[in-house]
Design a protein around this ligand. Structure first.
Ligand code: SF4
Length: 146
């Protein structure tokens, strides 16, 4: 699956859930997306739910910002780094960010970063329109510095 395919698929899933939550306040919507509630109500939202596994071992893991608004990607490649093409990066260069590096590709590895799963971060950037928050993660030649 390409980055953009995942993005579109996840945007549609997120929107479908949000449409059912019009009776909740923003604060209640954020609370609704806590791991324990989401795995019960929407077991297909994340492939890890089936195994009762968290992507990050946090006491309060919130799934609203899967993915992260600081992620940047391009399926065509963002830059060349020697013989490799970089396809994704962390816009804020978080200290927890790492790279997956193969012979010809570099992808951002967020597995050690809890930033987008924190309630305070979700509150800071919150919108019921997930696509509006995440649109800047899609990089084209015109918006790489976005
Ligand atoms: S390293 Fe952290 S802040 Fe950066 S894109 Fe990944 S999850 Fe977001």
């Amino acid at each position: 699956m390409t980055y953009i395919e995942w993005f579109e698929s996840h945007a549609a899933k997120h929107e479908a859930i949000i449409c059912t939550l019009t009776h909740l306040s923003d604060e209640e919507v954020i609370k609704y997306f806590i791991f324990e509630n989401m795995k019960e109500k929407y077991p297909d939202f994340c492939p890890l739910y089936a195994d009762d596994k968290k992507c990050h071992e946090m006491e309060e893991l919130n799934c609203y910002f899967c993915a992260c608004n600081h992620f940047r990607f391009s399926d065509e490649g963002l830059s060349k780094e020697g013989a490799r093409t970089r396809y994704s990066l962390c816009h804020i260069n978080a200290k927890e960010s790492q790279d997956f590096i193969s012979d010809d590709a570099i992808h951002l590895d967020c597995s050690n970063c809890e930033i987008p799963h924190k309630k305070s971060v979700i509150e800071k950037y919150f919108s019921r329109d997930w696509r509006k928050i995440m649109d800047r993660t899609i990089c084209t030649i015109d918006n790489k510095e976005n």
